[in-house]
Write a protein that binds this ligand. Structure first.
Ligand SMILES: [Zn+2]
Length: 106
């Protein structure tokens, strides 16, 4: 019943985003890289938790809570570092910003 979820378009977008934010030459050490990896992990966790069979519904509920906790822990860890917090904010802005309105700000 459950179909495999294709994450590759999202992965491509994340790779693309990482390239744009990276200033460690893709070594994975800069905040851009780390922030994008957090998003990637979150997406994978959400997909694996949400695509469990219905039989595991109770476990799934627990898992969902656990998932939320893990995500919060990760975010807290990032937010404790003011620079990382800023990087994460930038990331979120990128996702929320409308793609139109080109050239007026940079
Ligand atoms: Zn980097």
């Amino acid at each position: 019943m459950s179909q495999p979820v294709d994450l590759s378009p999202l992965q491509r977008e994340l790779d693309n985003l990482r390239l744009q934010l990276c200033h460690c030459n893709n070594a994975g050490t800069c905040l851009g890289c780390q922030g994008v990896e957090v998003l990637r992990q979150q997406a994978q966790m959400i997909v694996s938790a949400a695509s469990q069979p219905v039989l595991l519904q109770v476990a799934q509920e627990t898992q969902a809570k656990e998932l939320v906790k893990q995500v919060q822990d990760m975010q807290e860890r990032l937010l404790r570092d003011p620079e990382a917090a800023r990087a994460l904010e930038e990331l979120l802005k990128y996702f929320q910003a409308p793609p139109e309105d080109e050239g007026t700000n940079h």
